[in-house]
Design a binder for this molecule. Structure first.
Ligand SMILES: NC(=O)c1ccc[n+]([C@@H]2O[C@H](COP(=O)([O-])OP(=O)(O)OC[C@H]3O[C@@H](n4cnc5c(N)ncnc54)[C@H](O)[C@@H]3O)[C@@H](O)[C@H]2O)c1
Length: 351
């Protein structure tokens, strides 16, 4: 399904948050396509940054270790950029509830500084922002289209929506050419197995890689539409090159609806192991920010960007296990396998 994306050859692409899961995969793909890639990342503690994510393009991708709000460090770089993929951000919903100031600083203040400097240095430049389905809150209908009311259930959703509005306002006033992707749960190679906030899929993955059993909260009947990272990267590439986009915001969800239980079972199969699966009552702290079931309506992205997710959960999970088994052979997971994991109860709601 991948388009040739010839427009990126020779283009100067900036990827914020490019040491993280999504940004790392996108930066590598842009490099493969012949773009001249610069990554800006401040390696925020607790996020998914890992310099090893860019190992396969070592020397080919320029890395700037800076906060996106550091306009002094970035000014000259922004002036020399043709397209921006803006993925820097804090992803943990639960931590946003215990430390909203941190989430505010990373997801809004830094974003506003970055976008203002970008607009000053490169007025009218295309910037693709990694938004989130979390802005919709608990869906009032399924599948969720872009006209669904915005009603986030946590500070992360509020702040990500604020940053979305910065992008949209600056598009309206003509100073930036912004496109927003509202992404569902993404999984695949390079997802952090240790950062709070990468969600239940990352947590399950790690447990299975360590030969542990799985526990699912509640009934396990909540539906999600997990999206393989290569499909997400394809959405970014299309959004980065579409001319005169008819819309500014696009939902991007996976190809098939699956319950949590179905995902857990498929992951156990893909792991080739015999892990046991048990249901556990939902912890109170997580109920408040639970959104129930979610399914994206991708019609707009399909019609206007030509994007369609094609990787089944089965295939995507196989590729993910393959990647981590090879990666673990080369460099150990942090903390070392066998040590207790502290991801639960922090982040099981990004499922
Ligand atoms: N992974 C998902 O399922 C998912 C779903 C919806 C939306 N998103 C959005 O996609 C983006 C990337 O997510 P991810 O899963 O790759 O997360 P990640 O934690 O792996 O990567 C985020 C990166 O951003 C960097 N960063 C954060 N704030 C920064 C700042 N102010 N300046 C410079 N660098 C900064 C971090 O150091 C990290 O490397 C985030 O904005 C997230 O909200 C992700």
């Amino acid at each position: 399904m991948n388009a040739p994306h010839r427009s990126y050859r020779g283009k100067r692409a900036l990827v914020t948050g490019g040491l993280g899961f999504l940004g790392g995969n996108l930066a590598l793909r842009l490099n493969q396509l012949g773009a001249s890639v610069t990554v800006v990342d401040s390696m925020v503690p607790g996020c998914g940054s890992d310099p090893g994510n860019l190992d396969s393009a070592r020397g080919a991708i320029r890395l700037v270790h800076a906060d996106i709000g550091d306009t002094h460090a970035l000014g000259g770089i922004l002036a020399d950029t043709d397209v921006v993929f803006n993925l820097a951000g804090e992803i943990s919903h639960l931590r946003s509830m215990t430390d909203p100031q941190r989430d505010l600083a990373l997801n809004t203040v830094a974003q506003l500084q970055f976008l203002s400097e970008l607009a000053a240095r490169r007025p009218g430049i295309r910037v693709v922002y990694a938004g989130t389905r979390q802005v919709y809150g608990a869906p009032r209908y399924l599948p969720v289209d872009e006209l669904h009311p915005v009603d986030p259930v946590d500070f992360n959703g509020v702040h990500k929506y604020t940053a979305t509005m910065y992008h949209l306002l600056m598009a309206k006033t003509g100073v930036l050419d912004s496109v927003i992707l509202r992404l569902t749960n993404i999984y695949g190679p390079r997802m952090s197995l240790t950062a709070d906030g990468q969600g239940v899929l990352s947590f399950f993955l790690r447990r299975l890689l360590e030969g542990q059993d799985l526990e699912v909260f509640g009934t396990g009947e909540q539906v999600r539409d997990p999206l393989f990272v290569d499909d997400a990267v394809e959405a970014f590439l299309l959004a980065g090159e579409v001319e005169s986009p008819p819309s500014r915001a696009y939902n991007a969800g996976g190809p098939e609806p699956l319950t949590l239980l179905e995902m857990a079972r498929e992951m156990i199969r893909a792991s080739g192991g015999s892990a046991k699966l048990t249901l556990r009552p939902f912890p109170d702290a997580l109920k408040a920010i639970d959104i129930g079931s979610y399914l994206a309506d991708n019609t707009r992205a399909t019609t206007e960007l030509g994007w369609k997710p094609t990787t089944s959960f089965e295939d995507g999970m196989r590729a993910t296990f393959d990647y981590f088994r090879n990666a673990a052979a080369q460099r150990p997971m942090q903390p070392a396998p066998g040590q207790p994991l502290e991801l639960l109860p922090h982040e099981p709601r990004r499922v």
